[in-house]
Design a protein around this ligand. Structure first.
Ligand SMILES: NC(=O)c1ccc[n+]([C@@H]2O[C@H](COP(=O)([O-])OP(=O)(O)OC[C@H]3O[C@@H](n4cnc5c(N)ncnc54)[C@H](OP(=O)(O)O)[C@@H]3O)[C@@H](O)[C@H]2O)c1
Length: 244
């Protein structure tokens, strides 16, 4: 593994959702391994903070702020970051509510970000990787890509769709020497749930008998997958809280 990690130095990665949580932690972890970065997210201040943090580790970092649901921005992003060896498809949103209280608008927003935007930028990056005959796409999905839990049904539907895209990219791109990995975490300790106010949902979260895994646990899995040797493609990495 150590030898493989050394070979990452000088490679380039595009990370979506790099302004917070898992994406931010992946950025720092890849920077620690000498990977130059293209980082994107909408929150410019947060993106600038992680950019400076990674630059201080000695790598080149380009911040490309924007909204992934804006198709024109996705083209701009792909043109600027198109030479990335690794693409970490991580940006995502979650709205928690009982299914009958979930609005169609919430559902649309989640599909627009977690599915359509994720497909759009993955497709752009994959086209460029195919031209070069090398590259690695990594999808951060969720345990909700295989399970459906109370209060997160629409989110689970988006993650089921995302895993289908990950499997499909793998199927259609392996002939072009493109690796595709899905990293599927259980509950992670990030700010993703910070806006939840629904009492039933808050009660359900409070009654959980396990601690969430850390963003660093997920970033470690991402680094492991991206560092894998040329003939080895980690396909699916599921990460659960020990008592979860
Ligand atoms: N936390 C968990 O328990 C958990 C578990 C399993 C899987 N995941 C998945 O892991 C991924 C990262 O989640 P996280 O926990 O790190 O969440 P987070 O802390 O809320 O971060 C989400 C990231 O996505 C970006 N993002 C959201 N919508 C965007 C848009 N329209 N355009 C551009 N960027 C956008 C946000 O950036 P801006 O706000 O700056 O735009 C932010 O950087 C998601 O796909 C999530 O579904 C999370």
């Amino acid at each position: 593994m150590l030898e493989q990690l050394k070979k990452m130095r000088g490679k380039r990665a595009l990370i979506t959702g790099a302004s917070a949580g898992i994406g931010k932690t992946c950025a720092v972890s890849l920077a620690q391994n000498g990977v130059d970065l293209y980082l994107t997210g909408r929150n410019i201040n947060a993106l600038n903070t992680v950019t400076e943090q990674c630059r201080a580790l000695g790598v080149q970092v380009t911040a490309i702020p924007g909204d992934l649901t804006d198709r024109a921005f996705v083209r701009t992003l792909a043109n600027q970051a198109g030479d990335a060896d690794y693409f970490v498809n991580n940006a995502g949103i979650l709205t928690y509510a009982p299914l009958l209280e979930t609005t169609v608008e919430d559902c649309e927003k989640m599909f627009a970000t977690n599915v359509i935007a994720a497909y759009d930028i993955a497709r752009e990056m994959a086209q460029r990787m195919v031209q070069r005959g090398a590259g690695h796409l990594l999808f951060v999905t969720s345990m909700s890509a295989r399970n459906v839990g109370n209060h997160a049904v629409a989110y689970a539907a988006t993650k089921h769709a995302m895993t289908a895209f990950a499997k499909g990219f793998r199927l259609e791109l392996k002939a072009f020497n493109i690796k595709v990995t899905e990293v599927s975490p259980g509950m992670v300790d990030t700010d993703m749930r910070k806006d939840i106010t629904h009492p039933e949902v808050l009660k359900a979260i409070a009654s959980r008998k396990f601690s969430p895994i850390s963003a660093q646990d997920v970033a470690d899995a991402v680094v492991y997958a991206l560092a894998s040797s040329p003939g080895n493609c980690p396909d699916l990495i599921e990460i659960r809280p020990t008592q979860g």
